[in-house]
Design a protein around this ligand. Sequence first.
Ligand SMILES: Cc1ncc(COP(=O)(O)O)c(C=O)c1O
Length: 401
Amino acid sequence: MPGTPTHEHVSLAEDWVASNYSPLPVVISHAEGAWVTDVEGRRYLDALAGYSALNFGHLHPGLVGVAKAQLERLTLTSRAFHSDRLGPFCRDLAALAGKELVLPMNTGAEAVETAIKTVRRWGYEVKGVPDGRARIVVMAGNFHGRTTTIISFSDDPVAHDHYGPYTPGFDTVPFGDVEALEAAITDDTVAVLLEPIQGEGGVILPPDGWLRDVRELSRRRGVLMVADEIQSGLGRTGTTFACDLEGVVPDVYVLGKALGGGIVPVSAIVADRDVLGVITPGSHGSTFGGNPLAAAVGQAVVGLLATGEFQQRARQLGALLDSGLRELVGHGVDAVRCRGLWAGVDLDPRLMTGREASHRLLERGVLVKDTHGSTVRIAPPLVVGEVEIQILLDAFAAILR
Ligand SMILES: Cc1ncc(COP(=O)(O)O)c(C=O)c1O
């Protein structure tokens, strides 16, 4: 609706949309690269990038071109038939991850569910855990999505409360604590599920060496290591996967968000045949999972990552972001955690909440998202340049003055 002002769009949404989010009062109507434009014609730097779903920016020309071409050819077959798109996509994604098989899904939560089902089956059919007893160790402060099973092991009351009865079979240990993890593993444990960096938690980094320790421990104790790289993966941290930061290869990668190029929901789990081979026809599926449009875009995304260009940009510009944010520590910022183009900034809670900071940054033309009290999460598209990083840093410094 051209010409409708911001407040009218906002009140329409308030009238008609269930309030499962509380968006900032900006109504976006166009976007390109790292920049979005609202209905009033104001431009904003998108420093959230759809929680990493827009790693390649808005309307990446190569991805849009592939999507448009596919839209005119074939969009959906269901998995009852083959399409000429799915095999090439899965081949390329498996190669990117150095694994043998891909199971495509749509949303991140579905991919996490797929990983949970796969490791449970693996536990019963390969490891020999008695049926119905499989347990998965998860991390305190996790965020893996919103399905009933996933929120069953969330310790965030907002996500968890009043949605029971909950799915059993999960044991929680502190994030980054390898001794607690070792103690939690029993004969019935089939997997450890972790985010290499906790995104929703506030870009929480584990202690150095923890991922390597988890890898060694899980191998030694005969449990699968499942890395939820939905937010941390696909270039965000300056490497293809955040696990690469420690040279670790998990048994199962869980991918989503950026895999769809910001165009369509595309998610997947990627693993070797000895794990994913437990999935048999009819035992798991999705009408839309691996559809030709998703597969075409996903394959193009993998092609972008295969060049290494985006990982390199994230490393180089991430160093700028990191050093610029660090200069703010002691001037209204308590702590900064940065990996690649991904940062969690803890503001001095006496100064303002993360929500207030997001509002103030919005007024200065920068879009970010608060998380947990006084923390702001920054994750610009990997197509930003030095100019955009400086705009972001200047805006941040300005709101602290
Ligand atoms: C680490 C992680 N896992 C899973 C999800 C869920 O993805 P989706 O919202 O696509 O279901 C998210 C979303 O933020 C995430 O950050």
